[in-house]
Design a protein around this ligand. Sequence first.
Ligand code: HEM
Length: 528
Amino acid sequence: MFITFAINNWSPLLFCTALAILLAVWYWSRSQFVRLINAIPGPKCLPFLGNLLDLNAGYDELFKKFTFDWIQKYGGMFRIWLTFYYPYVIIGSPELLQPILSCQIIGPVPKECDPIKEHIGDSIGVLAGEEWKQRRRMLTPAFHFQILNSFVDIFNEKSVECARTLDGAIETHKDIEFDIMPIMTRFTLDILCDTSMGRKPRTDEKKELYLKNMEAIHRIHMERFLKPWLQIKWIFKLSRLSRLNTFHIAASRAFYDQVIEDRRQLLKEEKEKHSNQPVAGDGVNNSISQDNNVDSSRKRPALLDTLLKASEENPNFTDVQIRDEVSLFMIGGHETTAFTLAMFFYLMAKHPGHQQLVVDELAEVFGDSDRPCTSNDFAQLKYLDCCIKETLRLYPGIPLMLRSIPEDIQAGGFTLPKGLTVILNFYATHRNPAVFPDPESFKPERFLPENSIGRHPYAFVPFSAGPRNCIGQKYAMYELRVVIANFLRWFRFSVSDPSAPLEVPTIAIMLKPKNGVRVIVSRRSNLP
Ligand code: HEM
């Protein structure tokens, strides 16, 4: 009786609500925005659900559809609908990437990045427009080549330390494959802490804790990407994941705060010491670098100094903003390089002929000397550079990038309307057979100058391209060259079955090896 009463009394209201929703959907579906998106080819959509059922396939299946099946079927660009309301356009060809990446208007990051924002706050990675420009201008000097040159010593010192760790692993595993990814991750975190923050994290325990927090945060982000309802803030807040997220973010922030406090304290002490001496040029960095009585790690200008100096000059640049930048540098700067190093050694192990060519080149440059690698050697390490590029082509650490279209953009005869979220697929772009024939094969020769003539400038974009490209690109290349030049002089990498197909990594915001990066490591020569 109650139900009959409710239906009788509420049915006009229900009817009107349903009609209003249908009208809104009809109006929306006829809007210019939707018509422009639907002009782009893509898989068939169901009413209201769009491609939701196609997408309910797990990361690996979805990544395959985005990278191979649909990109090939629809010719480098396709659209999908998450229900009738959320469209995405996936782009995987150089010609179509160019107008988006080269756009001079730096738009806001898409709403899908909100979960990441909770961690990296208002750092350069999420700023837009004038704010982004100012921050980029402020941070760029931190990557000046003189500063990068001063980091080469750290790359060399840390290489020796990591080589000792690898020696221990060789001893334990004795000619059997083992996963080098954890060793590379700790190694690049150590390097980043020394170069960016000017002091390594106090204990291995703190480092381990930090890495565990990062892993947990990544897992939570990925779960939120795959489950659209978890992107609705209030629903997420009710979930157990939200409490875990808050816990892990707070723990990683405590780590960053400690690093910042340590460096600030050190700078203060140095400044006090120098208060009676004249200071030339750029205050903070020089006051440290001119002191010959302090140990070398204290003398080096750290990337963090740029931020601390900016906060001294501009009180609007707050401690929270410094911490946000530190968090982005820490995330963007060590996992990407760790993954690239591990995949490089894996590819060398799979291709002993190519490994030998790099070793021969190193012998030409270094002879029998065990001297450290310097930036003056880089120009001669041509084949090594080709191998690094081929590794980044096959395994770009950041395979997919989300961008919000800041103004209507023409691409491939279609209009991408302002406000649309596009997914730039670097993984697919790097596997375009028209640009890179036999794309799944490791062929470093593709990057020899004579074989690169006429290649589209957006065909190889592991560090993205255009105004918002990776600010740490040169830093990463310096680090990769020095570490590889050292390790391939000291170690030999191999696998038990070179004919097995190449590893297909999974995606967890960045690329991630599914079963670790398993290689056999043996000694080639003594450490210096
Ligand atoms: C192999 C190593 C690396 C790869 C493949 C890589 C890749 C990328 C890519 C694709 C982007 C663009 C992301 C976007 O716009 O959404 C980016 C941005 C960025 N990267 Fe890297 N990166 C690497 C190393 C580094 C290092 C070593 C640092 C710092 C020390 C760094 C710091 C940053 C920062 C701060 C941004 C944001 C730039 C901005 O928004 O203006 N990266 N990186």
